[in-house]
Design a binder for this molecule. Structure first.
Ligand SMILES: Cc1ncc(COP(=O)(O)O)c(C=O)c1O
Length: 337
């Protein structure tokens, strides 16, 4: 999409740069400033310089902690004393772990609804942070229904993994941080599931540097964002997508859609084979163990479609968000073969 970003009023979205900056002030005592890494191997293979933002080193092993700690901290600021505060969410894992740790740090209770096919390492992570896990059938609807039940039972406060403005503002701190670390980036590429991370990045990065391009990376088997952008209307996945990138099985929703529709420059879709090839490649060439959702972004920047964008848009420096590193070690053998 050819967009004159300066003409977009971020206030229309109910969230703007100052919300991301306030989130940054709120969360910075808890979050890590994750490193940005570059590798000769990729610089020689892709015709632009790639800067990998390593959110796999964020607390809980993914960027999700940024949005979760922003939401829970803000809630606790409003609700003190916190003795009776309970937070509830549904999550395939990373958001659940993030909310569980945020709740622990803010001294509130957490109940996390998780689909029965969630990776074991993520379920154990949530339990390890002291939250209560409730298992449900692996569908969007079952997750929502179970979470509604838990909210009623606990009088809990729901924290959506992507359709919450406080979560989006927290995720946007990736964009703030990345532009401080590499000021002259021409583009940022990040995977899209519900779109919380990309919405926050778009708001932050395009407010600071209106000329920057932001691209989504998505599994072809969960291509709701690509289809929606093409049709200019929200077209969620009809069934739970069959993709190894478990963090990207959710669809863009009503809060993130208007932001992405206006601000996103393009969506690059990648196959299951490309996801696994790039997961293996990252381990071999960079020694970074990323989860499949992160490999979606790597696959996107190595695709012929992105090579075309590099030439067309004259991209010289590109940030790639390695969004998480939570992978079941027991499944690694099968993935690596
Ligand atoms: C590792 C990882 N990357 C990307 C995403 C997608 O994030 P969002 O739903 O904000 O688009 C998720 C969501 O769970 C995730 O766990």
């Amino acid at each position: 999409m050819d967009l004159t970003t300066t003409s977009v009023n971020m206030k229309d979205f109910g969230i703007e740069l100052k919300d991301v900056q306030q989130a940054h002030e709120r969360v910075k005592r808890h979050t890590k400033i994750t490193p940005v890494m570059d590798f000769d191997y990729f610089d020689n293979k892709v015709s632009c310089k790639l800067y990998f933002k390593c959110e796999l080193f964020q607390k809980t092993g993914s960027f999700k902690f940024r949005g979760a700690i922003n939401s829970v901290s803000k809630l606790v600021e409003k609700e003190a004393p916190t003795d009776n505060v309970t937070v509830v969410t549904h999550s395939s894992g990373n958001h659940g772990q993030a909310v569980a740790l945020a709740a622990k740090l803010c001294h509130v209770k957490a109940h996390i609804v998780m689909p029965s096919n969630a990776p074991t390492c993520k379920v154990n992570g949530v339990k390890g942070y002291g939250a209560t896990v409730i298992h449900c059938f692996p569908s969007e609807r079952a997750r929502e229904e179970e979470a509604d039940k838990v909210i009623k039972e606990t009088n809990g406060c729901f924290i959506h993994s992507s359709q919450s403005l406080d979560v989006i503002a927290g995720q946007g701190t990736i964009g703030l941080e990345l532009l401080e670390q590499v000021a002259d980036l021409d583009a940022i590429v990040a995977p899209v599931g519900g779109g919380g991370m990309l919405s926050g990045i778009c708001i932050a990065a395009k407010s600071i540097k209106p000329s920057i391009k932001v691209y989504a990376a998505e599994p072809i088997n969960a291509d709701d964002c690509a289809r929606s952008m093409k049709a200019h209307k929200l077209l969620p996945n009809e069934k739970t997508p069959d993709t190894v990138a478990d963090g990207l099985r959710v669809s863009v929703g009503p809060v993130t859609w208007p932001i992405l529709h206006k601000l996103l420059d393009d969506v690059i879709v990648v196959s299951e084979e490309e996801i696994l090839d790039n997961l293996r490649l990252m381990l071999e060439k960079t020694k970074l163990l990323i989860e499949p959702s992160s490999a979606v972004g790597v696959a996107a920047v190595r695709s012929s479609r992105f090579n075309h964008l590099i030439q067309e848009q004259n991209l010289k420096k590109v940030g790639v968000v390695l969004c998480g590193g939570n992978i079941d070690i027991s499944k690694l053998k099968a993935i690596l073969k």
